[in-house]
Write a protein that binds this ligand. Structure first.
Ligand code: SPD
Length: 425
């Protein structure tokens, strides 16, 4: 309601300086932190702010709104390869936290050296750390129902086309996040032989590789229950799906929810390798409230806020503070070495789906922007998904046409019976 009022206020030329437009993934925040930000911002700056919060399901929708639509979002949350693309197209403003007092500069206070390093790798020519602050991160893997699927079956990407699970497989409707793992699977012999690296594959937009992934996905499609942006995790908790190519955060959420209703799920990053991804806050070129956007990004890095967002969504904050680590300690899990993320934490009991061990991270790679070749991927994606849509569309049209024809024939018969009845009289 408030968001609608604010949107109306802005569109009528109201005071844009008191509105902050945030565009984030759906199911990716504890929304109760938003009014708290409004209050905190007023305490810190003495100024009023109203957050207008909107969500998207996939990176490409968000990018198109900014790239083509030039929408004036103040702060958005793209993934790594989209940050790279936005940097290359001059769509981002450099971040400047100098005006935020040290005592509340949560970005400086809670930086993870690991995340800083990864963000430097996002774009070889521009340091993404100057334009973005990591929000959540995770891996892409297989979420599976342990009563129907063995750990061995789930340890390979081949599971998504295993006929045993036909009709019960869910695939993320996110072309890059599916392309990467499938290509890794298809090139496993070359990877083992060392003739290609995971990083090479993340940049491979050749026609040959796209065609190979397309052929594979057309096989997979036969057994797909749904191409989903967000509903997959619920389908898994209800036992409708048994295999889901998914992100680790959705997996954590689903595993917890499913346990409440007696459904047992687990998550694994297949042996062949996968992608590790990072979503980060950025301020786009067309933003109108850079000041509030800057404070908002800072607020999201406050440890207690980061913890609440993690608990609500299942995803892992990029915040490397001791407070966040302590909030995740759970003796139910085996100790593992997380010193790559939390310096000094070489034996901590933390959920390995949330924080994967070093050996998992080592078999994962960061996706990279393909520039103009992205169109080739999107075209392939709609061919894969579109084929099934068109066969279903054909069936629906055919059934409707037959039903309409039958109705016409039946009504003609009725009319002619009436006429012959009248003539007989
Ligand atoms: N429901 C929000 C999910 C956001 C996950 N981002 C993953 C991006 C992978 N490229």
């Amino acid at each position: 309601m408030l968001a609608a009022l604010c949107a109306a206020l802005v569109s009528c030329g109201g005071d844009r300086a008191s509105v902050l437009k945030v565009y984030n993934w759906s199911d990716y925040i504890d929304e109760s932190v938003l009014p708290e930000f409004e209050q905190w911002y007023q305490e810190q700056t003495g100024e009023e702010i109203h957050v207008v919060y909107q969500t998207f399901d996939i990176n490409e929708t968000m990018l198109s709104k900014i790239e083509k639509g030039r929408e004036d979002y103040d702060v958005v949350c793209p993934s790594d390869y989209i940050i790279e693309r936005m940097l290359n197209s001059g769509l981002l403003q450099p971040l400047d936290f100098a005006s935020i007092p040290d005592s509340v500069n949560y970005i400086a206070l809670n930086k993870s050296p690991y995340i800083q390093g990864v963000f430097r790798d996002i774009n070889p020519s521009i340091d993404a750390n100057d334009y973005s602050v990591a929000y959540m991160w995770g891996t892409t893997g297989i979420l599976y129902n342990t009563e129907e699927v063995t750990a061995e079956e789930a340890s390979t990407w081949d599971i998504i086309r295993n006929p045993k699970f036909a009709g019960r497989v869910l695939i993320k409707d996110a072309p890059r996040d599916v392309y990467g793992p499938v290509l890794i699977y298809l090139k496993q012999e070359e990877l083992k032989a060392g003739t290609v690296t995971l990083q090479d594959l993340m940049k491979d937009s050749s026609d040959e590789s796209i065609a190979a992934v397309e052929a594979y996905l057309k096989e997979v499609k036969e057994g797909v229950l749904g191409w989903e942006a967000d509903f997959g995790k619920e389908q898994m908790t209800k036992g409708r799906g048994v295999v889901s190519l998914n992100w680790s955060g959705d997996a954590v959420w689903a595993i917890d929810e499913a346990a409440e209703v007696g459904v047992s799920l687990d998550y694994v990053v297949p042996e062949e390798g996968s992608t590790v991804w990072f979503d980060g806050w950025v301020i786009p070129k067309y933003a109108k409230n850079v000041k509030a956007a800057t404070w908002f990004i800072d607020f999201m890095c406050r440890p207690d806020i980061a913890i609440r967002n993690m608990e609500e969504t299942g995803y892992v904050s990029s915040n490397g503070s001791l407070e966040v680590l302590e909030s995740q300690i759970d003796e139910e899990f085996e100790p593992q070495d997380l010193s790559y993320f939390f310096p000094g934490a070489d034996s901590v009991c933390v959920n390995p789906v949330l924080y994967p061990g070093r050996e998992v991270i080592e078999r994962c790679a960061l996706e990279h922007d393909w520039g103009a070749d992205t169109d080739k991927l999107l075209a392939m994606w709609s061919r894969v998904k579109g084929d099934s849509a068109s066969s279903w569309t054909f069936i629906i049209i055919a059934v409707t046409a037959i039903a309409a024809l039958a109705a016409v024939v039946a009504s003609r018969r009725k009319v002619s019976r009436r006429h012959s009845h009248v003539r007989r009289k």
